[in-house]
Design a protein around this ligand. Structure first.
Ligand code: ITT
Length: 190
């Protein structure tokens, strides 16, 4: 069993990671103070956060952390790396309002996640996951977090918030990044 320290303030991310990685991994939340810088790409934000954790806490164990965001086509990729702030301010309702006159392809969007894996003394490794889909016309569902009540992944008719963590992980940006990470750590062991 491999222990994974996940630096995040978000319990849902830990739940999703455990559901996606399964029994061979034990995901532990490490909720250390980690200010999120504002930058134009998820990669920059995630790497800066990892660097902050290393400098401030000098961890002796490996850890992962992740930065994610929702990119709406009709809004030219907004809110993207600003998703946390926009969720706190506009919330799902605000995104629906911005898309009021959009239909068909105009509601296309994607979630992206960049996961950083840091082993003490080594260069960080990055894994990216992209999940395409669309913004629903209304909110529904109680599961998940953030923009899950308004996002329908391609190939599904349900929103993320209407799925169990295991189901969401099959499609999600986080699930895809975690899958690539799991393959990487497994490949190091053989
Ligand atoms: P961290 O402590 O891990 O940073 P966070 O909730 O701030 O937790 P992010 O900065 O990675 O997470 O994500 C920014 C926002 O993007 C987040 O607040 C959500 O509103 C949204 N988001 C990211 N992943 C999501 C997902 O899987 N489902 C719904 N919304 C998501």
């Amino acid at each position: 069993m491999m222990i994974i320290n996940f630096v995040t303030s978000n319990k849902n991310k830990v739940l999703e990671a455990q559901a996606r990685l399964g029994a061979g991994f034990c995901v532990r939340q490490w909720d250390v103070d980690c200010p999120e810088i504002q930058a134009d790409t998820l990669e920059e934000v995630a790497l800066a956060s990892a660097q902050h954790v290393i400098e401030k806490h000098a961890p002796k164990e490996a850890f992962i952390l992740e930065d994610a965001g929702l990119f709406v086509d009709a809004l030219k990729g907004f809110p993207g790396p600003y998703s946390h702030f926009v969720h706190d301010t506009l919330d799902c309702k605000g995104i629906l309002k911005l898309l009021e006159s959009a239909n068909g392809k105009g509601r296309n969007a994607r979630f992206e996640a960049v996961l950083v894996y840091t082993v003490p003394g080594k260069k960080p490794a990055l894994f990216k996951g992209i999940c395409r889909g669309k913004i629903a016309e209304s909110q529904a569902g109680k599961n998940g977090f953030g923009f899950d009540p308004i996002f329908v992944p391609d190939g599904e008719s349900r929103r993320f918030a209407e799925m169990k963590p295991e189901e969401k992980g099959k499609y999600s940006h986080r699930g895809l990044a975690l899958g690539a990470f799991a393959n990487y750590v497994k490949s190091l062991k053989v």
